[in-house]
Write a protein that binds this ligand. Structure first.
Ligand SMILES: Cc1cc2nc3c(=O)[nH]c(=O)nc-3n(C[C@H](O)[C@H](O)[C@H](O)COP(=O)(O)OP(=O)(O)OC[C@H]3O[C@@H](n4cnc5c(N)ncnc54)[C@H](O)[C@@H]3O)c2cc1C
Length: 345
């Protein structure tokens, strides 16, 4: 494994931000991590694990070591009459894995088709879309503790999954390099979920009455292609903000002014408001500030029109957050990770 210096990260983040890493290493096997640990660099420098950079914002150059995940491979183990355990290495493409599972008729992740990124990053924010979340099918993740070099297997409960949240976003979980992810998928009697978004409309339009998991996967892919800006064409990291969860009192106070407020009941008498509605109603959709802006069709997506710095995008996000707080009393939270990494001890 080679340690490179002043490495350009522009092609390794979907925002297309110009940024350089002081050090850069590609992790192709677990031994690469063990070598780095024994070299001492992980205790003298900050470090950050990087997948495909589709949920990360570099504020500027990264003054530390970037660990780029390249671990590859996939194995399976039949675990019951109608279930299979599928293990994929962290550096595999998430969408590639979804397509392979669809080809084999293994069900459970077809609603998560076309989400960019690596398999190893998927548990970090418990990726979710079209009515499904990774945590519903995740059996365990294998990790390497980058402080000690110890390997461990963390089951679903230990991962502490929540809405776009997990152990791996908490300070105590940031030391873990996820080396592989194991999913429990169905081989028959699939749980088909067409309840969310436009899936059922698309399927009805195609005359599909009893959809297979492949039908659902293809419908999700076509909806996403239509709805979401392609990072190859315009820099972005998907939804920049999470949908806020608020209490009934706040819902009532917003409704006094905005009777059309959309919201959904979650657990413990809490309510989820679509962040896109708040941002659009506050007048930000399609707004452009210099080289950055809010996408004209997707209020949740901040874009780099070309040449934007990470700091510009961060500033735009802060302005939106402040404005939404002032207008609705709702505190938005960023879904995208700001590239800070783990500081040396
Ligand atoms: C157009 C577009 C659409 C999107 N749609 C969705 C969507 O529908 N649903 C959704 O949930 N997300 C969505 N995203 C966000 C993104 O695709 C996911 O968060 C994805 O899992 C990020 O993968 P990545 O490999 O690019 O991770 P990166 O952006 O490289 O990293 C993200 C975080 O994970 C950490 N990390 C990465 N790999 C590892 C590892 N092996 N071990 C430990 N930590 C690691 C990083 O340090 C960082 O904190 C979208 C993004 C884009 C650009």
């Amino acid at each position: 494994m080679q340690l490179q210096e002043h490495f350009n990260l522009k092609d390794l983040n979907t925002f297309g931000i110009e940024a350089k890493a002081k050090y850069f290493a590609e992790i192709r096997e677990k031994k690469d991590l063990r070598d780095l640990i024994s070299s001492g660099i992980l205790t003298s420098e900050s470090w950050l694990i990087l997948g495909e950079g589709s949920n990360i914002l570099f504020r500027g150059d990264y003054d530390g070591l970037i660990l780029k995940t390249r671990l590859s491979g996939m194995t399976t183990e039949k675990c019951s009459e109608d279930q299979i355990l599928v293990t994929a290495a962290a550096g595999e493409s998430w969408h590639g894995l979804v397509m392979r599972c669809m080809d084999h008729n293994w069900g459970g992740i077809e609603n998560l088709a076309l989400i960019p990124g690596t398999v190893g990053a998927a548990p970090v924010q418990n990726i979710g879309a079209y009515g499904r979340e990774l945590s519903e099918v995740l059996e365990y993740v294998d990790v390497i503790d980058l402080e000690t070099g110890d390997e461990d297997r963390l089951d679903q409960k230990v991962c502490a999954f929540g809405y776009r949240d997990s152990l791996f976003k908490q300070p105590k979980g940031k030391k873990f390099f996820i080396s592989s992810v194991t999913l429990r998928l169905t081989t028959k009697n699939h749980l088909i979920n067409t309840s969310y978004g436009a899936i059922s409309t698309v399927l009805m339009g195609q005359g599909v009455e009893q959809p297979t998991l492949q039908d659902v996967g293809r419908a999700v892919i076509s909806i996403r292609k239509e709805k979401l800006p392609d990072p190859q064409k315009i820099g972005n990291a998907g939804s920049f903000f999470k949908n806020p969860v608020v209490d009934a009192a706040l819902i009532e106070s917003i409704q006094n002014q905005y009777s059309t407020l959309p919201f959904y009941k979650t657990e413990n008498q809490q309510f989820k408001i679509p962040a896109a509605w708040l941002i659009e109603t506050a007048g930000w959709k399609g707004k452009r500030l210099g080289n950055t802006g809010v996408h004209e069709k997707q209020a949740l997506v901040l874009v780099n029109y070309g040449g934007a710095t990470g700091e510009e995008i961060l500033n735009l996000s802060q302005q939106i957050m402040d404005d939404v707080k002032t207008k609705f009393g709702v505190q938005l939270q960023r879904e995208v990770q700001i590239a800070e990494g783990k500081s040396p001890k």
